[in-house]
Design a protein around this ligand. Structure first.
Ligand code: ADP
Ligand code: 5GP
Length: 211
């Protein structure tokens, strides 16, 4: 008896801090019942409104290093001086049972996943989406509004933003988050496109297995 069934898809979302990735990801998770958010591990401190176990798993540098040593991460990277990583086991658990997952990760992590998937050993299917702010100035304004960042922290993020934007063309889809509703429509279309691709394929395949 074959227990084979279709694995879920992974949506890798990157873009500069302040572009609106988590806003779009949250809306998508509310909209699509079979979509969940991959909760990363990080050594950064929680911001106002951040909930441990919901937005991130907040861990110490020692705990993070132990996880690295034990091979717990599918990918991990240092972003703005702090460590961030995606648990391989937690991700596999969801996609193995057919669930779709959004990963909000930086360009380094996305490149690691792209390379890991290119070997085919993970049997994972991923779509790479880059979220752009309408301008660098608007990105800075959004960051300023979101949290009390020091001038130093803000300029560090803006410097990284420019470097990240240079890598947008490595992604399958680029979405400019100017008006939130328009950006979400595009985001939705990308996710739905993927879903219907699977649906259509499966509809054509089912007959082979007497289903
Ligand atoms: P990221 O996850 O990319 O760092 P966030 O989703 O936290 O960015 O968004 C940064 C800030 O900008 C938040 O305060 C959010 O409410 C706001 N924001 C997101 N999208 C828009 C938009 N289209 N227009 C105006 N403000 C936005
Ligand atoms: P923030 O601290 O603003 O929540 O996130 C900072 C950056 O870290 C963002 O670019 C976000 O995409 C990235 N990030 C969050 N989680 C992960 C992760 O698990 N791996 C990697 N590589 N980057 C992550």
């Amino acid at each position: 008896m074959s227990s084979e069934h279709k694995k879920g898809s992974v949506f890798v979302v990157s873009g500069p801090s302040g572009a609106g990735k988590s806003t779009l990801a949250k809306k998508a998770v509310e909209f699509f019942p079979d979509l969940t958010f991959s909760i990363s591990y990080t050594t950064r401190k929680p911001r106002a409104g951040d909930v441990d176990g919901v937005d991130y798993h907040f861990v110490s540098a020692e705990e993070f290093d132990k996880m690295v040593e034990s091979g717990a991460f599918l990918e991990y990277a240092t972003v703005h001086g702090k460590s961030y990583g995606t648990s391989g086991v937690e991700l596999s658990k969801v996609i193995d049972r057919g669930g779709n997952v959004i990963l909000d990760i930086d360009v380094q992590g996305a490149a690691l996943i792209r390379n890991a998937l290119s070997t085919g050993e993970h049997g994972m299917d991923a779509v790479f989406i880059f979220v752009l702010p309408p301008s660098i100035e608007e990105c800075r304004e959004r960051l300023k509004k979101r949290a009390n960042l020091s001038e130093d922290e803000l300029s560090k993020r803006m410097k990284t933003a420019v470097e990240e934007i240079k890598r947008a063309e490595e992604y399958d889809f680029v979405i400019v988050n100017d008006g939130l509703n328009e950006a979400f429509c595009e985001f939705q279309a990308v996710i739905e496109g993927k879903k219907s691709e699977t649906k259509e394929k499966w509809a054509g395949l089912k007959g082979r297995y007497g289903l």
